[in-house]
Design a protein around this ligand. Structure first.
Ligand SMILES: [Zn+2]
Length: 344
């Protein structure tokens, strides 16, 4: 009896599995129309934002990062999913024609749009797309022999007023990690960690000094005054690192995450996006400490912002900083902190 029951259970599970697969294949999985004007609203929004990203990089890449970093030429896999990221319907391949044979997929036409000339749609990339059933926001896929950003998108990513996650900035940020920072080693071997973080007043008081200096620096246009402020800033940092050597990890996080945040802010400015600038560093620290809540923000998240701010400061003090921070197999880079430290 027991065996029969188990068999029956397995049989119905299998039947249900086949049914689900059938529904997915014929209802969920459907290749989109081949022309922009016939795409659904979410896909249109996706390609509108992608066009603006690509246009801005095509025309002003040196105002975002360097003239050489052409995000608009990089391959991208865009996966149409639902918000929970488990179910996905179809895939767009953008700028993938140089890596794989895309002719078997559906070409999507964007009449009059010079930035989206290599876009194809498909419901499967064979074994490559099996991993897309994991509920990630993004992942890396290999096309030909290159790693490509595979990014899930869904209607909620395009909602007005939502600053994170937001398709434009999130995709650009992750693409920067993969394409521009391919050979950066700042986060290798746990170098980008501040553990165990010194949660004590001595450190917080030094942080306050630091943040006041950064806030002042961001509002200082005079280079002589700016150098004076940053020299003092380097001294405060040095005293923190002498006391708690593990904090040097923050400079590696600033290099990796701060630059990715920096390009988001540069882009936001160029497209006149009202991306919230938020409070100053010292205001943010004050309210954090007053709240008496979890201070884990100081262990990692804050370095996205301090790293970006140091980028803005270096724009004025050392225009070659982007080359200096860039690592390659033949060039060991310097973090924003190291670049500033070597000045004084
Ligand atoms: Zn990041």
């Amino acid at each position: 009896m027991m065996i029969l029951k188990t068999f029956r259970y397995l049989f119905f599970t299998l039947l249900a599995g086949i049914f689900v697969l059938f529904v997915f294949t014929f209802a969920v999985k459907r290749t989109p129309e081949n022309n922009y004007k016939n795409l659904n609203q979410t896909d249109k929004q996706l390609f509108d934002e992608l066009t603006l990203q690509y246009k801005t990089f095509a025309e002003k890449s040196e105002q975002i990062w360097t003239a050489n970093y052409r995000y608009d030429k990089k391959p991208l896999i865009l996966i149409r999913s639902v918000k929970n990221k488990f179910i996905w319907n179809y895939i767009y391949l953008v700028n993938a024609g140089k890596l794989i044979d895309t002719s078997k997929y559906t070409k999507i036409h964007f009449p009059g749009n010079p930035y989206l000339q290599d876009v194809y749609a498909t419901t499967s990339l064979g074994t490559t797309s099996l991993q897309y059933w994991f509920p990630f926001a993004f992942d890396y896929s290999t096309l030909g022999n290159q790693e490509v950003l595979a990014f899930k998108y869904y209607p909620e990513l395009f909602k007005n007023g939502v600053t994170f996650p937001d398709f434009s900035f999130f995709s650009m940020h992750e693409a920067f990690h993969l394409y521009a920072q391919k050979d950066w080693k700042y986060d290798a071997d746990a170098k980008a960690s501040t553990n165990p973080y010194p949660h004590n007043n001595e450190n917080y008081n030094l942080l306050k000094k630091e943040y006041v200096l950064i806030d002042t620096a961001l509002n200082t246009t005079d280079t002589v005054a700016l150098n004076k402020i940053m020299k003092e800033w380097v001294q405060v940092r040095n005293s923190r690192y002498a006391k708690w050597p593990q904090l040097i990890g923050e400079t590696n996080l600033e290099a990796i995450e701060g630059t990715a945040k920096y390009i988001e802010l540069k882009y936001a400015k160029l497209i006149d996006h009202k991306k919230k600038q938020g409070p100053t560093f010292s205001q943010a620290l004050d309210s954090l400490l007053k709240s008496g809540q979890n201070y884990s923000f100081l262990e990692r998240s804050v370095f996205y912002s301090t790293g970006a701010a140091l980028g803005y400061i270096l724009d004025r003090l050392d225009p070659a900083w982007k080359e200096k921070i860039t690592e390659s197999p033949t060039h060991k880079g310097q973090t924003q902190y190291q670049i500033l430290k070597s000045r004084y």
